[in-house]
Design a binder for this molecule. Structure first.
Ligand code: TYD
Ligand code: MG
Length: 450
């Protein structure tokens, strides 16, 4: 192939650069340029335009409410915004082994049982291997049509022949189109395949569910470009060693973003968790010091999480600070505030903080719970088991109100919590919890010592 047929494409923003460099000139990302053959094969270069539909007035369109296919996997339907929208393209991303193929197969099985025709295309497993997975599931997957195929043209052909209403493609990285040179999985191929599937879905009406593998860096190959193309992007996350999995909507043209669904991986496939708000509290050790509970918002849903802290006498040298599920700089800041404003001796202590269930704290509203866990471990005195902590902590040791208090408290009350430590400046709440308003952290330490 001649050099004229290569460009260097940024895997972050998709921009083309004429020559290779360590940094993308367009978005500034480092080490993101890869060589990309772009030559189209002769013959397909000139494609006849499809007869386009003429423009029409919006009022001339039938305003039928969008029908959705509910899969009956409650948490999956919830994250999608109420079910699968016909003609939409949904990308399900996640690390290998997290359960993407399992989720899609269960989804297909449930749709088939309602009479929705599905086609499961696998470029990763043979139909025999798919059968082995299907046999494990609690759903009856026997009616799903499966095909082991990686060529997009054949996939579209099969889907049209079968008149499938939902096409599940596992995965976008193993699929290639003949119209582009280059191996499956490279950015050009992934983007082109996704764009063609999008066109197919919009023109012919089936919904397409795409599996996308996430690279170690956290993105799907050609991540940004792919996210722009499809209608909905869901990420499947979780620790492969723990049995619960979180499905998160990061983009949704037909629902709200940041919604999460919680599943448990069982011996018979994925099972929606019945009480997701308390899913991460399972196995909580009440009565031990160094544990505090907070409520964080995941989309529109409050979730309760446990924060554990352990402080122990440091050996020689700089004391250790180990934070799991929380930014270590945030921990350093909170320790400094506790040391300066409440006189706790963290300078001579090793500190370990862990958020249970593999959750990551991103909201500052969880600060107060981290402090409570730290104070509790230093004094080796458990915090009340029925207490919730909600508040952001400032450098002056002041405790600030957080947004959406009401919804968090309603959920906490439902889960059996009886009191809540909040900023004294929080709005009055109408929940049944006993409210303990705090001005600053010295009040917190005093209350917890009492
Ligand atoms: P899989 O869906 O193959 O993950 P992905 O497609 O994201 O790579 O599932 C991965 C893991 O799930 C695998 O290690 C086996 C486990 N698993 C169960 O625990 N129970 C089951 O019923 C099934 C089908 C899989
Ligand atoms: Mg798979």
């Amino acid at each position: 192939m001649s050099k004229a047929h290569s460009v260097f494409r940024c895997t972050e923003c998709g921009a083309d650069q004429p020559k290779w460099g360590g940094k993308c000139d367009t978005c500034g990302a480092w080490n993101s340029l890869i060589e990309e053959p772009v030559g189209r094969l002769s013959g397909s270069a000139v494609r006849s335009l499809p007869t386009a539909k003429p423009p029409i007035r919006l009022t001339d369109l039938k305003s039928e409410s969008v029908t959705r296919w509910k899969t009956g996997l409650a948490e999956f339907d919830f994250v999608l915004g109420g079910g699968i929208v016909p003609g939409s393209v949904v990308l399900v991303g996640g690390e290998p082994g997290i359960g993407k193929s399992t989720l899609l197969m269960q989804c297909a099985a449930r749709l088939e049982s309602q009479g929705v025709v599905t086609l499961y295309v696998s470029g990763e497993e043979s139909p025999d291997q798919l059968r082995l997975r299907a046999d494990r599931l609690q759903e009856d997957a026997g009616r799903i049509h499966v095909v082991g195929e990686t060529r997009l043209e054949s996939i579209l052909h099969h889907a049209a022949q079968l008149n499938a209403s939902v096409v599940l493609l596992d995965s976008v990285q193993t699929t290639y189109t003949e119209e582009l040179e280059g191996a499956p999985g490279n950015v050009g191929q992934v983007r082109e395949c996704a764009a063609r599937l999008m066109r197919f879905a919009k023109e012919s009406g089936p919904a397409v569910l795409l599996v996308g593998h996430v690279t170690k860096g956290g993105g799907i190959a050609g991540p940004k470009t792919l996210e722009h193309i499809v209608d909905t992007v869901l990420y499947f996350e979780g620790e492969t060693t723990l049995d619960h999995r979180i499905l998160r909507a990061v983009k949704n043209r037909f629902g709200s973003v940041d919604e999460i669904g919680v599943f448990r991986m069982t011996g018979a496939g994925l099972e929606p968790v019945a009480n997701p708000a308390a899913a991460f509290l399972a196995g909580r050790s009440t009565g031990a010091s160094g544990s505090a509970i907070t409520a964080l918002m995941e989309g529109t849903r409050p979730m309760l999480v446990e924060i554990q802290a352990l402080a122990s006498k440091a050996g020689f040298g700089t004391p250790q600070r180990v934070a799991t599920g929380l930014d270590h700089r945030r921990l350093a800041l909170l320790l400094a505030v506790l040391e300066r404003r409440a006189g706790l001796p963290f300078g001579s202590l090793d500190v370990f903080v862990n958020v249970t269930g593999g959750v990551r704290l991103v909201e500052p509203s969880t600060d107060l719970a981290v402090l409570a866990a730290l104070v509790s471990t230093v004094h080796d005195r458990p915090v009340p088991a029925d207490a919730l902590f909600l508040g952001e902590v400032g450098l002056g040791g002041e405790i600030r109100p957080v947004a959406g208090v009401e919804r968090r408290l309603v959920e906490a009350a439902r889960q059996g919590f009886r009191r809540v430590f909040l900023s004294a400046r929080s709005q009055r709440t109408t929940s049944d919890l006993e409210v303990i308003g705090l001005e600053g952290i010295s009040e917190l330490t005093r209350r917890l010592a009492a």
